[in-house]
Design a protein. Structure first.
Length: 146
């Protein structure tokens, strides 16, 4: 557990909270064995066929959980209370996702098409040195695409 956030600033509150969660996980684990589950940012299309893209994001998140990761899909959360058709709210939602990307261990990119928002998220993940995996729509790992 690191006392510094992804940007190098001292962050004792997050450290204490995550340490407490970690202790709780260990105490509930058989034989007090620590189970590590990486926090994975789910990057997939949202705009366009929104209903289908939300269903896909749920499927991708389920797949990540089945693989032992903790999925984080901002496009399943922020549209619950923000309007993606309002440019300022959309930009704010993307900003929120990028902030939380700093807490993630990796990024998994799904689909085959990169939207403007996805490209922005991938660029930020690359700058932060995160591991990035690419998957097709059937959750099969594929080589990186541009």
């Amino acid at each position: 557990m690191n006392k510094y956030n992804s940007e190098g600033y001292y962050d004792p509150t997050a450290y204490e909270a995550l340490t407490a969660v970690d202790r709780e996980t260990v105490s509930r684990t058989p034989a007090r064995r620590k189970i590590y589950r990486p926090l994975v940012f789910i990057c997939s299309p949202f705009a366009g066929d929104v209903e289908q893209n939300l269903e896909n994001a749920r499927r991708y998140s389920k797949y990540a959980a089945e693989q032992g990761a903790i999925p984080f899909a901002p496009h399943l959360i922020f549209p619950q209370f923000m309007d993606d058709n309002d440019k300022s709210q959309r930009d704010l939602g993307i900003f929120f996702g990028l902030v939380l990307l700093g807490k993630c261990d990796a990024m998994w990119v799904f689909g085959g098409t990169l939207s403007r928002g996805m490209k922005l998220e991938i660029t930020k993940a690359q700058k932060r040195g995160l591991t990035i995996k690419f998957f097709n729509g059937r959750c099969e790992e594929v080589p990186p695409y541009a």
